[in-house]
Design a protein around this ligand. Structure first.
Ligand code: F6R
Length: 606
């Protein structure tokens, strides 16, 4: 996730406003930043690695003069966080500047073509292809807007863009596909930005750009059209009545809810992970004798799901281990032939780092899935995959959990292909379905919000709550329990439903809520009979399932029906109602879900 902003202001230099807006976007990424303005028909660019203030101290953004400009704060995805990879990116002639948030999935193909046509690339980013592609179209196309649209139509992936060209020095061209972009106006001044809060110091007259649209900004005017057919879009400005703090949460009352609702995007970003890194990671896993999946808390639950995925898709056993237990349980048996796949959102969890350091001393290969770039874990691992969920501010992990799962599916499929463990048809069907998961999540969020609010109201005063799952959703049950417990403080239990009869069933009494997760696989029948066991002893059963048949209905006091997906993908789809349940329960109990007591976002102590 990165932040972009563009401003046209004929009454003065834009750099001061760009700088102010950029600072408000810094939460979206902070490994490098840059600004480009057009002055006297020439582009002037300042950029470097580091935080915005550090770069400002070194170069002073305010020395940039000009009435039109764009700026960027980066959270690296393609290419290391250094000066050359910082945005804005320019074309060969230095007459086009681009800032971008998102991932251009076909950038390697485009780059190869453009290099064959003689374009010289400076960076390793996906973004730079946009500048060169636009440059290429402008060679034969007199109309700048047409060249811009042709450029957009060649791009696959997600993007929010703002582009300057000296050919039309009073215009900003911008576009949006699956990455946020809003537009603002204040008299003759016009703006585009990744979010509303960064515009609120200047204007409250805002209009969102929707997916599949582009806009041409000129002084005092904004024209919006569809990328696909160039048809004009009429959309009225809204006059917002909210402060920056409220707007930072995109109008949501808490970061946690905002982050839950960001999942269609964040999962899509995670699925866009670069193939060459996946291949490398899969090579290491394939070569190792044993694979340990090491993580803490929510990330451990992702690891448990990962172990099912790797076994099901690639016939590879991966042993999930809670990081703080790893050294005492397996330290003595780790060898040079083993791989450790560490999963950590922050990349700074001390328990995880300790386990990894000890395994490394014993010669094991360290692999990682992380969200925070340049974190300690990225530095000590041989290969890491960046899940690209963007900063998560709510203490409870939500979008980063489903992002981790998305990356684990990608690893699973890469391994399966390498080892020839899935038939081509099955592989194609699964991969196709995985790519549609972000859309499913979008539908699901709309569908289940109300149900989960209602359910939260029913369980909010419960003595305790029990979560049951089997197979791939055992971990979803653990995750549902952790979410509910950590932000609502209601004691909760979760265990594989088969364990019921070995003890926990004694806890069942009249009215105790049992939340059951049922997927359509070999566990379905057993899960249904486990739900009968608890229901016949007085428990109230709330069942989350994409199955809707008589067996399920018969065993559910309340059935929360979620969209149909193959059983293997249900851990993403079933986790989302559980996140909403925890959130609404916490709010109904008068608590702050963003800041649960005694917890920190990153746990750097043992
Ligand atoms: C729970 C939660 C924690 C973290 C755990 C590991 O909602 O966020 O359980 O998952 O502290 O953190 P990372 O993933 O940063 O290693």
């Amino acid at each position: 996730m990165c932040g972009i902003i563009g401003i046209i202001d004929l009454s003065g230099d834009v750099s001061e406003r760009l700088f102010k807006g950029l600072k408000l976007l810094e939460y979206r990424g902070y490994d490098s930043a840059g600004m480009a303005v057009i002055d006297d028909n020439r582009l002037h660019v300042v950029k470097d690695r580091g935080r915005i203030d550090e770069i400002h101290e070194k170069y002073d953004f305010l020395t940039l003069k000009g009435n039109i400009g764009i700026a960027h704060t980066r959270w690296a995805t393609h290419g290391a966080p250094d000066k050359v990879n910082a945005h804005p990116h320019i074309d060969c002639m230095g007459s086009i500047a681009v800032v971008h948030n998102g991932i251009i999935e076909n950038f390697m193909d485009l780059k190869t073509e453009l290099m064959e046509q003689g374009h010289r690339f400076r960076s390793r980013t996906d973004t730079e292809v946009i500048a060169h592609l636009f440059e290429e179209y402008l060679k034969n196309e007199a109309d700048v807007e047409t060249a811009f649209v042709k450029t957009l139509r060649k791009l696959d992936g997600a993007y929010a863009l703002a582009v300057l060209t000296v050919k039309e020095p009073q215009k900003i061209f911008c576009a949006r596909v699956d990455s946020p972009l809003v537009l603002g106006v204040e008299g003759e001044k016009v703006y585009c930005s990744s979010d509303i809060p960064s515009l609120l110091p200047f204007t409250n007259k805002i209009v969102p750009l929707e997916d599949g649209e582009y806009a041409v900004l000129t002084p005092g005017n904004i024209m919006i059209k569809r990328i696909s057919d160039g048809s004009p879009v009429r959309r009225a400005f809204k006059e917002l009545d909210m402060g920056i703090d409220e707007a930072k949460k995109d109008g949501y009352p808490h970061y946690m809810l905002k982050e839950i609702y960001e999942q269609p995007y964040s999962i899509r970003y995670a699925l866009g992970i670069q193939r060459n890194y996946l291949e490398l990671m899969a090579d290491f896993i394939d070569r190792s004798s044993r694979l340990y999946i090491v993580a803490a808390g929510t990330s451990y639950h992702a690891g448990v799901v990962g172990s099912y995925i790797f076994s099901r898709l690639a016939r590879i056993p991966g042993l999930p281990v809670i990081a703080s237990e790893f050294v005492s349980r397996y330290g003595d048996s780790i060898s040079v032939e083993d791989s450790i796949l560490a999963i950590s959102q922050s990349g700074e969890t001390r328990d995880v780092l300790w386990a990894v350091e000890q395994a490394k001393i014993r010669g094991a290969t360290i692999l990682a899935v992380v969200n925070v770039l340049a974190s300690t874990l990225t530095r000590i691992s041989r290969i890491y995959l960046h899940q690209q969920s963007g900063p998560e501010i709510g203490v409870a992990a939500t979008k980063t959990y489903t992002g981790q799962l998305a990356v684990l599916y990608k690893i699973g499929f890469t391994l399966a292909r390498k080892r020839g463990k899935l038939g081509q048809d099955e592989m194609d069907r699964f991969v196709d379905e995985l790519n549609k998961v972000p859309e499913v999540v979008e539908i699901l969020l709309k569908r289940c919000d109300h149900d989960m609010r209602k359910l939260a109201n029913e369980i909010k005063d419960s003595k305790y709550v029990i979560f049951l799952g089997r197979g791939v959703n055992t971990a979803t049950a653990y995750e549902g329990r952790l979410k509910l417990m950590e932000i609502s403080y209601i004691p909760s239990l979760a265990y594989p439903a088969g364990e019921n009869k070995h003890g926990p069933i004694s806890l069942i009494e009249r009215g105790i809520p049992v939340i059951g997760l049922v997927q359509d696989d070999e566990t379905k029948k057993l899960m249904i009979s486990n739900l009968h066991e608890v229901r016949s002893r007085g428990a109230k059963t709330y069942v989350i399932s994409s199955i809707d048949d008589n067996d399920i209905r018969e065993v559910s006091d309340v059935l929360i029906k979620v969209p149909q997906v193959s059983a293997i993908f249900t851990p993403i789809v079933y986790a989302i109602p559980l996140q909403l349940l925890a959130y609404y329960t916490s709010v109904l109990r008068g608590l702050d879900p963003d800041k649960p007591r005694n917890l920190a976002k990153s746990v750097t102590v043992i």
